[in-house]
Write a protein that binds this ligand. Sequence first.
Ligand code: APR
Length: 310
Amino acid sequence: MRNKITVVGAGNVGANCAMWAAGKELADVVLVDVVEGVPQGKGLDLLQAGPVVGYDVAVTGANDYEPTANSDIVIITAGFPRKPGMSRDDLLLANYEVVKTATEQSAKYSPNAIIIVVTNPLDAMCQTAYMVSKFPRHRVIGMAGVLDTARFRAFIARELKVSVENVTAVVLGGHGDTMVPLVRLSNVAGIPLTELISEERLKQIVERTQNGGAEIVKHLKTGSAYYAPSAAAVEMAESILKDKKKVLPCAAYLEGEYGINGLFVGVPCKLGAGGIEKIYEIKLSAEETAALHKSAAAVQELVDVIKKKM
Ligand code: APR
């Protein structure tokens, strides 16, 4: 029997999640959205791409959650994207309600699923999904670090004219301007970045990475990035469904790791059949620890707002 992925939200990020997942033949995919006809239409369109691309999975759409029953993975992308001038945090209250409903319904029909949250503000939406689903922490994971490191890797690869596959990067912290790229642990085929790029230039690339989402919002004007975010969510789903045990930066619920308790923050995680199978604690310098805690404090502020709503 094939695996099953539910993607909640059939907008830009959701539809592309379905496309990447089908293209990799990872699972049958069910798209769910509140807008009548959109998930059905996009599902049918993706089904019809199957013979061309060569995948045999079923892609379907629905406005209710019954067809999502017994999903292995639920990817939550439902919600509102950013407009120019908005921060991810500006989306907090509107997207809280959306993610709450999406989680309640998904957890009801797929009590054993692993939830991957994409909706922003990411870390606070993970907290919402975690509290509402009451799933154990290894089954609620946020997509942020894979995207942030992908942006960093793409910029470094362009700078050095090397393959993106050779660039490894580590980013910790929340999915916002306070994210903490760990330059000293990033490398090109094992060669430390600091030996390849000047400190000044690296600083510029780090800043561009931290503002990577806003740069795209500014271009698009009517929404936010979706190709790379959806590809990143599907890389996480693939590692879980194939039990690849990739080590990827994910938003995970910390219980004392890095001195942080009761909060979703981006850290390196091993993703396998069980979801988060291990959280890696890297020894940090005093400066890095301070930056991570500053980032966690920014996440805490948003979480405090939604905790009052619960
Ligand atoms: N249940 C299901 N779907 C919903 C709900 C809901 N309660 N509320 C809204 N949606 C749907 C919308 O109808 C829309 O189709 O979510 C979809 C969102 O799609 P887009 O507007 O295209 O936004 P997108 O670019 O996909 O971003 C979605 O992902 O990266 C984050 O910041 C981004 O929070 C945003 C989310």
